[in-house]
Write a new protein. Structure first.
Length: 736
């Protein structure tokens, strides 16, 4: 390791981070670190660029939450070395902890408010002295009186600048000490040089004393910094709320029967978790003792409570409502459903979307360009135009202050975080960084049928034709099968089940013998009643009792409640719609006709679906695939962007870019609408930040902007970008 990676004086050597290292799905080591001192996109780029130069290392900084995710191949102990590299750059590095992050944010905000109060108090007092200087000339006031006024201003301004300027001076000094720069460097240079010039002018009986401007400039800069922190805080609130769910303690029962509190992050699979009434469940598990009701809304989006008993599966984040329970942990906090949700949100926020990469490239050139412009301004005013060195220096300082990389650095993350949080609240989880960008470009949508356009849960439609005895026999047999139609029968029957021995013939049906010796069969028509004539088909089961008339159980898979409305709206918006189904031709055609989808293909295999997607893409289409079955996984991966309902198989959800909750199709329309809005806002933010710099910098260079105006403009540009990003989450019209 080179000298640049040696331990910094600001932080002792980092050791023993191996217990915080995890192994991800790709078999790579992963470490989550909290990095203090990150101020802008250029800081994030420096950390990422430095770490990514190391062999077999992938690093990404989440600028919003200051979380650094480092992934590498090799031993877990290498995490200490990688963390030390970041520390050597002048940043404070600690294991990521949501509670610590919140406390640090609160402390930093309090510190900013103290500095803001000091600079505000000083501004009010120094302006009283400035009024006398502004309202009189050198002749009427006299040089001695003016020097006295400047001396009094210096007594106020210098201590104020030293104290209240620390939010800028400290990170700037750390950056320079470690051979780098950040956005605080030009601001600090401007404050220090303007103060030094004012002191020099005061001792020389000069007129270029700007103590009042320095203090007011500092006050306005601190206002901008504080407002920027507040708007960033609102942007990352959703992710912080999730992270705080994994903070705190939980009660477990040890092998000796005693109860004890441990941090949630130390929970492990196999532990017995004790959950009191009204307490949040800290990890995924199975109820081992107790009966209660849970509030699943945070995880599933469902508002109705659900009963749980011994053997019921529960997930971290759900709330136990009625009675104490003992839960055997199956997945600890970091690997629980909630933990996976958090990781997916972080992955989406940290990913290298196209606009993020563009912003990163621009931010890396910020500091050298700004200093070159400031130096050029000074040289032009001093030598080319023959102006006073004081005026030339003042104009150069204005250039340093007014240029703002923050707006550009926030252009994409602010929109991404707010859009992700908005969709999350609406029951949609973004899993990939560029999902929003790709959704905004979609012009063709391919739907699976079962479980996507339909509920995927069959419903018995002819109970009146069956009879109570036949229903009892069929439901009793169905209890022994996991076939969807059998599960439907078993679930809807609320009576007493008959004891019987049931044998299942895979792919055919169930067979049993009644107490009187009669053989009964429940299953396919051809198997249960081979001598009978064919019927109209559809989803069905046949019950055949020896010497009795066979009974047909007819099922339908209902459309999602809003499928017609959503499909009609998408057609109206100009999307090309296609239905690909592995079901029979008549069933697929019936659903397509009911929904108004003209392009429909039935009896398609997974390879057929994949080929259909590829064909559309070769035609120049940007394809969104919406599916939930195992046979949809290849098509989901082949599409430009994909969505899957939360009821889908794990492999399908893993392949999808977006997972949505609930039994409606509306999330598809909402995601498309939000993506288009986010795409537009990102472009607007880029335009705002670039337009600001294109207008502000030339005005500062020609001397038409004062340092005070520059401070107001710089802070306002960042706030404007974040405020514009807030529009993505505003209450909007129904997307249909």
């Amino acid at each position: 390791m080179d000298k640049s990676a040696m331990p910094s004086e600001s932080q002792p050597p980092i050791t023993d981070l191996s217990r915080f290292v995890e192994i991800d799905k790709d078999g790579m080591r992963a470490l989550q670190l909290m990095v203090g001192g990150i101020r802008c996109a250029s800081c994030a780029f420096l950390i990422e660029n430095t770490l990514n130069k190391e062999p077999d290392v992938n690093a990404r900084v989440n600028l919003t939450s200051r979380r650094l995710t480092v992934r590498w191949r090799g031993e877990a102990s290498r995490g200490d070395e990688l963390a030390q590299i970041v520390a050597a750059l002048g940043y404070k590095v600690t294991p990521f902890d949501a509670k610590t992050l919140k406390n640090d944010d609160r402390s930093e905000e309090t510190f900013l408010l103290r500095c803001l109060a000091v600079s505000g108090f000083a501004t009010g007092n120094i302006m009283l002295l400035s009024v006398a200087l502004w309202s009189a000339t050198e002749k009427t006031m006299g040089i001695s009186t003016r020097d006295l006024m400047h001396a009094l201003q210096a007594l106020i301004a210098i201590p104020t600048t030293i104290y209240a300027g620390r939010p800028f001076f400290r990170p700037a000094w750390e950056a320079l000490r470690h051979g780098r720069t950040n956005m605080d460097v030009p601001i600090s240079v401007a404050l220090v040089l303007t103060t030094a010039m004012s002191v020099f002018e005061g001792t020389q009986h000069g007129t270029y004393a700007y103590f009042d401007s320095v203090v007011m400039l500092l006050f306005l800069l601190l206002i901008g910094r504080w407002l920027d922190r507040r708007t960033r805080g609102r942007a990352k609130a959703a992710a912080e709320n999730l992270l705080m769910m994994m903070a705190g303690t939980a009660t477990i029962r040890s092998e000796d029967g005693k109860s004890r509190l441990i941090p949630i992050r130390e929970l492990q699979s196999g532990m017995l978790l004790l959950v009191a009434m009204g307490e949040k469940i800290a990890a995924d598990g199975v109820v081992e003792k107790g009966r209660s009701e849970i509030d699943p809304s945070f995880i599933t989006g469902e508002t109705l409570t659900q009963p749980v008993q011994e053997g019921s599966a529960v997930y971290g984040g759900m709330v136990n409502l009625l009675a104490p329970m003992e839960i055997r942990i199956t997945a600890a906090s970091g690997k629980s459903l909630l933990g996976e949700v958090i990781k997916l949100m972080e992955k989406a926020e940290q990913g290298h979307a196209r606009y993020v990469r563009l912003a990163d490239r621009v931010a890396r050139y910020y500091t050298p360009v700004v200093h070159i412009l400031a130096l050029g301004t000074f040289l032009i005013w001093r030598f080319a135009l023959g102006g006073d060195w004081q005026q030339a220096l003042l104009n150069a300082m204005t250039v340093l202050i007014i240029t703002c990389p923050c707006a550009l650095g926030l252009a994409v993350p602010a929109v991404q975080v707010l859009a992700s949080g908005h969709l999350f609240k609406r029951g949609m989880l973004l899993k990939s960084a560029d999902a929003l960008e790709k959704l905004a470009a979609v012009d063709a949508i391919v739907f699976d049928k079962t479980g996507t356009l339909t509920r995927g849960t069959p419903r018995l439609v002819n109970p009146a034709e069956i009879g109570a005895r036949n229903m009892q026999v069929a439901a009793s047999m169905a209890a022994y099968s996991r076939h969807p139609l059998a599960k439907c029968l078993h679930g809807m029957y609320g009576g007493k089940f008959l004891p019987m021995t049931v044998k299942e013939t895979p792919g055919e049906g169930l067979e049993a013998r009644l107490e009187d010796g009669k053989i009964i069969r429940l299953g396919k028509r051809e198997w249960a009643t081979p001598q009978r004539q064919a019927t109209e088909g559809g989803m069905e089961l046949w019950l055949a009792i020896e010497d009795a008339q066979p009974v047909r159980f007819a099922f339908e898979d209902d459309l999602r409640a809003d499928s017609r409305e959503v499909i009609a709206a998408l057609k109206k918006q100009g999307y090309m719609l296609t239905l690909l189904s592995g079901d029979r031709e008549d069933v697929a055609q019936a659903v397509a006709k009911e929904l108004g989808i003209e392009d429909v293909r039935a009896r398609v295999t997974p390879l057929d679906k994949n080929n259909a997607i590829e064909s559309l893409r070769k035609q120049g289409k940007r394809v969104l695939m919406v599916g939930d079955g195992l046979n949809d996984a290849p098509a989901l991966a082949a599409a430009d962007v994909s969505m899957s309902p939360s009821s889908a198989l794990d492999i399908t959800q893993n392949a999808a870019d977006i997972v949505f909750q609930g039994d409606k199709l509306m999330p598809v329309a909402e995601a498309l609408a939000t993506a288009k809005r986010a795409h537009r806002l990102v472009k607007e933010n880029f335009a705002l930040s670039l337009l600001y710099n294109l207008l502000a910098v030339p005005l500062a260079m020609v001397g038409l902007v004062t340092p005070l105006i520059a401070a107001i403009a710089m802070s306002s540009s960042s706030i404007l970008v974040v405020a514009n990003a807030q529009r993505v989450a505003r209450k909007q019209r129904k997307p249909l």
